[in-house]
Ligand binder design. Structure first.
Ligand code: ADP
Ligand code: MG
Length: 524
């Protein structure tokens, strides 16, 4: 729990605003404000007015610069916002007390908003281990209606509430920004839109609230460190409507009855602050929902946010009552405690971002495992290829062997053929047998295709088993070796061989003639 930071800032007297050398600290007249660093007292002819003394952490007189106020009251809040804490700074005070000067500043004295914007980017840049996504929006609450200042004509936007986003303005343009300059340009655009079609800008600005909002998301660059979620903080920089009773009009300053014309949001803000400043038991219901401003600022008021309030006051005697009202508001506000913590509640956008990151991580993992699978596939293919190569080599060798065998066989066949041819050419010509034998149907064993086959005749003594198997007539043309070769080493009993069917024994063959006998056989 920490208290809201509250500071009071007196602007220079109107004359001094034009020429600072005229600054006197008060507004002149019988009543004036005495101001030191932490206290403010109303004096009447130099005597303190009872019940009109206040103490604050910070009180600034008209000599204070925006930069000083920023440094004392807002800088820490901005740094905390970059670290993930919600933050809200707003200026509260009557019209012409210096709210807009404090928040926006002037050309030579930039206000809280431009100083904050620059600091956000500078601080984010310094946090080298984190990456940021910053979005801005700019809205106005006028007559209890929310208008988008970044989109001309985008008006009367509704407030919605969801578990994920909490309270939010539906349809509000959010611009993702990368630099302070870009944000300042958008602010200018917002101001231009706000002035569009407005005939009495002073009236409008005194009766409307502007809320400039930065949503700061960040995550650790190194995902290994990102045990912490994406941090999402909302920074509201608010320039409130004038807190005076706006019925105070004209030179006469006639006050009409309060309530009827009072700015509803501002009244509810006062109620909320009053309730929050009460001790727990008496507090009761806090009417956040009674106005759009308090609904939007709810986290900043007694909730999860660091909050700084700059109460601006006019020093002139004519504004004494309004200033008293402002100081009472400030006194109440400084009793309000907030409970700020690093905000990791995910907005839709953050959720989306986180999901994208998760998808990206999964995809990387998948790609990783995919490459492992691919590697395995490649390995398998390599193995298969290797096997195929071995098989191919084996087949080639077998083919080679078969070729070699075939050649050997062919060679052998050719040799045998040659032998047969030789035998044919050197065998007894059929003419030699003309006298004693009919050879028409005789054939050599393996030469059916050869009409003039090999012819062997049997000797009459062939029955003697111990006798040489070489047919008698063959003895003149083939030696025993050749005969053995032809018979593949077998000594064949020609007597036992089958007769060639259809063989007709020639009647002219005599017993003495050793030509082809009845037992002429076919060699196998
Ligand atoms: P508000 O927004 O509260 O109505 P403004 O910021 O418009 O009041 O201030 C009213 C006038 O007073 C402006 O002209 C502004 O320049 C001037 N002014 C306010 N505060 C200061 C200051 N601290 N120093 C110099 N001029 C100031
Ligand atoms: Mg203003």
């Amino acid at each position: 729990m920490e208290k809201i930071s509250v500071a009071v800032r007196f602007r220079p007297p109107a004359a001094a605003a034009v020429d600072p050398s005229h600054y006197s600290g008060g507004g002149g007249g019988d009543r004036e404000w005495r101001v030191d660093d932490t206290r403010i007292a109303l004096l009447h002819r130099a005597a303190p007015v009872p019940g009109a003394s206040f103490a604050f952490d910070h009180v600034f007189d008209g000599t204070a610069t925006n930069a000083r106020i920023y440094g004392v009251l807002v800088r820490n809040l901005i740094r905390a916002a970059v670290d993930g804490f919600n933050g809200t700074a707003f200026a509260y005070g009557q019209t012409s007390s210096g709210k807009t000067f404090t928040m926006n500043g002037s050309a030579d004295q930039p206000g809280i908003i431009p100083l904050s914007v620059r600091d956000v980017f500078d601080t984010a840049r310094e946090a080298a281990d984190r990456e940021f996504l910053i979005r801005v929006s700019y809205m106005e609450i006028y007559n209890e209606e929310i208008n988008d200042l970044l989109t001309l004509g985008s008006q009367k936007l509704p407030i919605h509430e969801s578990l994920e986003r909490g309270v939010y303005v539906a349809g509000l343009r959010e611009e993702i920004v990368n630099s302070a300059e870009q944000v300042l340009e958008l602010l200018e655009l917002g101001e231009a839109n706000r002035h569009f079609g407005e005939t009495n800008m002073n009236v409008r600005s005194s009766r409307s609230h502007t809320i400039f909002r930065m949503v700061i998301e960040s995550s650790a660059k190194n995902q290994m460190d990102s045990g912490d979620a994406i941090r999402v903080s909302v920074l509201n920089l608010v320039d409130l409507a004038g807190s005076e009773r706006i019925a105070k009009t004209g030179a006469g300053g006639v006050r009409l009855k309060e309530g009827k014309h009072i700015n509803k949001s501002l009244m509810i803000l006062g109620n909320v602050i009053n309730k929050l400043s009460e001790s727990g038991k008496q507090r009761g219901h806090i009417p956040y929902r009674d106005s759009k401003l308090t609904r939007i600022l709810q986290p900043a008021l007694g909730g999860n946010a660091k909050t700084s309030i700059i109460c601006t006051a006019a020093p002139e005697e004519i504004h004494v009552e309004e200033t008293r009202g402002t100081l009472q508001f400030a006194s109440r506000a400084k009793c309000v405690s907030n409970c700020a913590q690093v905000n990791e509640i995910l907005t839709d956008a953050a959720l989306l971002k986180r999901q994208n990151k998760e998808i990206e991580e999964l995809r990387k993992k998948l790609q990783g495992s995919h490459s492992v699978v691919l590697e395995q596939v490649i390995l398998k293919q390599r193995n298969d290829m290797h096997k195929s190569e071995l098989e191919r080599d084996r087949l080639a060798m077998e083919l080679e062997e078969e070729k070699r065998l075939r050649e050997a066989l062919e060679h052998r066949l050719a040799e045998q053929q040659k032998l047969l041819d030789d035998l044919n050419s050197t065998s007894i010509s059929p003419d030699q047998f003309n006298d004693f034998i009919q050879l028409d149907e005789l054939k050599t064993p393996n030469s059916k295709e050869r009409p003039n086959g090999f012819v062997a005749s049997r000797a009459h003594y062939s029955k003697d088993v111990e006798f040489s198997p070489i047919p008698e007539n063959l003895g003149t043309v083939a030696d025993e070796d050749l005969w053995m070769q032809l018979n593949k080493g077998c000594i064949t009993d020609l007597e036992m061989l089958e007769m060639t069917p259809g063989f007709k024994c020639s009647q002219s063959i005599t017993e003495d003639k050793t030509s082809v006998s009845q037992n002429t056989s076919t060699f196998l």
